[in-house]
Write a protein that binds this ligand. Structure first.
Ligand code: CAA
Length: 392
């Protein structure tokens, strides 16, 4: 068993850390306050190769492993989770799904633009009445022979106002339930695609979240992903990988808050010594460090399983569940360490707490992760503890 990162992985981590410090930190409070989309910052992320990290170089991607992607997500999320969710959706839900399940012509047409960041993508599954219960799709895609006609509404769509491509999940054969669902590549410039107002959110306020309306959108048949009826499984498979990205985001948020809390606790004095030397604060720091490290191991392990071609659905759900709970708990603790200063925007930790909350909700709530984990265990499908892998 190895716990070392490779030189390449360390280089990605360092590059993301420097990028975050130099490009994201200065304006993050203002972007959050004003819900200002990080346009210049996303362009720089594209130049750095952060928007198509795992895509093959053949399609202008970075050809990197999931661990490298997780390391970059973690660093960027320490400061700006609006930027990291834009990155995560494009990498894990859109590019990865297209590269693994797209046809050669779909990949040639869409992947280079998405991986290079010239275009952004959105993943359109959630609906006003279908969030956790993702099989209850009301968006319809009627088969018209050489094309489909798409009608419906999607909610909470990340990159909704900026993306050029949507991966849309829709029902073609309602009588078949989830086996009648399809996934489509839809260009936002097509007639009938309408973008609603930007949501005014608790956290990740600079990211671009919209409702999308599709009215009689003509989708060519060659834009369906996979076999007829593969759409729900496509969504589930893509979300399993996506959850590793969101787990890394939660880990970064927790680690960012922890680093700020330790720095503050060493500098701030009370009762004649730095507050870090009071046991009440020192024990908080010890608990934060321990639980964040446990989350890190789960997140890296899920990424490692994916990179090694093993089943990672249960491991990804565990990583997301635990890391997001740790992020919520310890951003609150980081505010407590800061006292009154933690309650004001200048000290960053209140933003990290607001950003943490969404990691317990999107790409499957904590409750849905528990369903995935328990079903995996009870079905006997997996979950192999890491120590057993070497025996296989
Ligand atoms: N891989 C492959 N197939 C899978 C799968 C996976 N990970 N998970 C389920 N399936 C298959 C099942 O095997 C089953 O197929 P069969 O009938 O052929 O056996 C089929 O899919 C249906 O599965 P379930 O019976 O388990 O379905 P369910 O209705 O009980 O739901 C669920 C399962 C896990 C709760 C699922 O609905 C779910 O994950 N819900 C949460 C949805 C979600 O994550 N939404 C996030 C929105 S996207 C977002 O947030 C993006 C953003 O912009 C940030």
């Amino acid at each position: 068993m190895e716990f070392f990162l490779t030189e390449e992985q360390l280089a990605v981590q360092e590059a993301a850390r420097e990028f975050t410090k130099n490009e994201l930190l200065a304006g993050v409070i203002e972007r959050d306050r004003d819900m200002k989309y990080p346009k210049a910052e996303v362009r720089k992320m594209a130049e750095m190769g952060f928007l198509g990290m795992m895509v093959s170089p053949e399609y202008q991607g970075g050809g990197m492993d999931t661990i490298s992607y997780v390391l970059a997500m973690e660093e960027i999320s320490k400061v700006d989770s609006s930027c990291s969710v834009i990155m995560s959706v494009n990498n894990s839900l859109v590019c990865w799904g297209l590269e693994v399940y797209g046809t050669p012509s779909q990949k040639e047409k869409y992947l280079p633009k998405l991986a290079s960041g010239e275009w952004l993508g959105s993943f359109c599954l959630s609906e006003p009445e279908a969030g956790s219960d993702a099989t209850s799709q009301r968006t319809t895609a009627i088969d018209m022979g050489d094309h489909y006609i798409l009608n419906g509404t999607k909610n909470w769509i990340t990159n909704g106002g900026t993306s050029a491509v949507h991966l849309v999940i829709a029902q073609t054969y309602p009588e078949k339930g989830h086996k009648g669902i399809n996934a489509f590549i839809v260009e936002t410039s097509w007639p009938g695609v309408n973008i609603g107002a930007k949501e005014d959110k608790l956290g990740i306020r600079a990211s671009d979240t919209h409702t999308i309306m599709y009215t009689d959108v003509k989708v060519p048949k060659e834009n369906r992903i996979g076999e007829d009826g593969f759409g729900f499984k496509f969504a589930m498979k893509v979300l399993s990988g996506g959850r590793i990205g969101i787990a890394a985001q939660a880990l970064g948020i927790a680690a960012g808050a922890y680093e700020l809390a330790v720095k503050y606790a060493k500098e701030r004095e009370a009762f004649g010594k730095p507050i870090a030397q009071h046991q009440a604060v020192a024990f908080k720091i010890a608990d934060m460090a321990t639980e964040i490290e446990a989350a890190r191991l789960l997140v890296y392990r899920a990424a490692w399983l994916k990179d090694n071609g093993m089943d990672y659905t249960g491991a990804a759900a565990m990583a997301k569940l635990f890391a997001s709970e740790v992020a919520m708990k310890h951003t609150v603790e980081a505010i407590q360490v800061h006292g009154g200063y933690g309650y004001v925007k200048e000290y960053h930790v209140e933003r990290l707490m607001r950003d943490a909350k969404i990691t317990q909700i999107y790409e499957g709530t904590s409750e849905m992760q528990r369903i995935v984990i328990s079903r995996n265990i009870l079905n006997g499908q997996l979950y192999e503890p890491m120590w057993k892998i070497g025996e296989n």
